[in-house]
Design a protein around this ligand. Structure first.
Ligand code: DP6
Length: 350
């Protein structure tokens, strides 16, 4: 049976039925042009197009095994049984896959994340990218990368970009019918010259977020007078970013990424009530990045829905940047990442 669900109009079910299980791996990505704000919550359609770099650290490995006898989906994260909102999101995602595959079989999901425990780094991108690839294979859906990206998007917007390695752009997609908009919103690789970049990741606070990014995004779109101006300027940032990547201008890539991220945080600060993820430790690290620039080192910062800072720099400067940032991060963990691979299937079958 084939569903007419918009996300998966291009997808097909295999005639032979589904594999009994599949395992996939995916890496997190860091946005250089941010995704912040949805125009459709159910379909996870963003207000703006975003662009990211997939990392070569912290892979998530996920196994999806179909269980004909089970009445409910079950999941384990790093060996711990998932409950509450986590299980609800995984199960809702599997229901979407089942709807397309015409299956009613429940699944057992086993996810292993290598992000240091409590590092406070987003794992939903690698998590839903790995789940999309494994679940599609387990339920016997044949999807191309674009289809996988659309599917991963339905789990978590940023996951659409982790299907691809290196730099990826996630198109906001056209306004229009749900089907048109849904089909037009996917990620794909971005052409880039050889940049040899690194991202130095400073974990300044591993504690839980004060507000979930989902809620913060919603509040920002609904109440922040700065949201529209940022979303409009983000389009120009995107065009400039694309051409900076093409000509291999890492300085421009960093400049644009930093201003886009600071602008995103400004939209949240102006939300009612305000959402403030940046902490004093964040600002200390930002000061050290400024000092690096004054000392002639290419270094630019970006921050997501949390206080941790990612510093874009040349690969050749990464250890020096890491040392400076480590001193500023006073005890926080600092590590160096490079561009990584897209999501892929590791094994399939019984
Ligand atoms: C600040 O992809 O986690 O990291 O679609 O609601 O699951 P949902 O949000 P999510 O948001 C990521 C926001 C961000 C910026 C970015 O990655 O582009």
């Amino acid at each position: 049976m084939r569903s007419e669900h918009p996300t998966t109009t291009v997808l097909q079910s295999r005639e032979q039925g589904s594999a009994a299980g599949a395992t996939a791996v995916a890496h997190p990505n860091i946005a250089l042009i941010k995704y912040w704000g949805k125009r459709d919550e159910r379909l996870i359609l963003p207000c703006t197009t975003s662009l990211s770099m997939t990392l070569d650290v912290f892979p998530t490995t996920t196994e999806v095994r179909l269980d004909p006898a089970a009445e409910h989906d079950t999941a384990a994260l790093n060996g711990e049984v998932a409950t509450g909102e986590t299980l609800r999101r995984i199960s809702a995602f599997l229901s979407l896959v089942r709807e397309v595959a015409g299956s009613d079989q429940r699944a057992v999901v086993d996810t292993r994340n290598t992000v240091p425990t409590g590092a406070g780094l987003a794992s939903s991108a690698s998590g839903f990218a790995a789940l999309a690839v494994a679940a599609a294979a387990a339920y016997g859906l044949e999807l191309d990368d674009r289809g996988l990206s659309r599917l991963a998007r339905r789990g978590s917007g940023s996951a659409s970009r982790s299907i691809f390695g290196g730099f990826a752009v996630w198109h906001a997609g056209p306004d229009g019918t749900a089907t048109e908009a849904d089909l037009g919103s996917y990620a794909e690789p971005v052409p880039a010259a050889d940049l040899d970049p690194a991202l130095v990741i400073a974990v300044v606070n591993a504690g839980p977020k004060p507000v979930s990014s989902r809620e913060a995004m919603r509040r920002t779109v609904d109440t922040s007078p700065l949201y529209r101006p940022w979303a409009d300027s983000s389009k120009d940032d995107l065009d400039e970013m694309r051409s900076a990547l093409l000509r291999g201008d890492l300085e421009a890539v960093g400049e644009i990424a930093e201003r886009n991220a600071l602008g995103m945080h400004a939209t949240m600060l102006a939300a009612r009530p305000a959402v403030r993820y940046l902490s004093p430790a964040t600002v200390t690290v930002l000061d050290s990045v400024l000092q690096l620039r004054k000392d002639g080192v290419l270094a630019y910062a970006t921050m997501d829905a949390g206080p941790n800072v990612k510093v874009l720099c040349r690969r050749a400067d990464a250890e020096r940047v890491a040392d400076v940032v480590r001193a500023a991060a006073s005890g926080g963990q600092v590590l160096v990442a490079g561009p990584g691979d897209g999501a892929r299937l590791l094994s399939e079958g019984a």
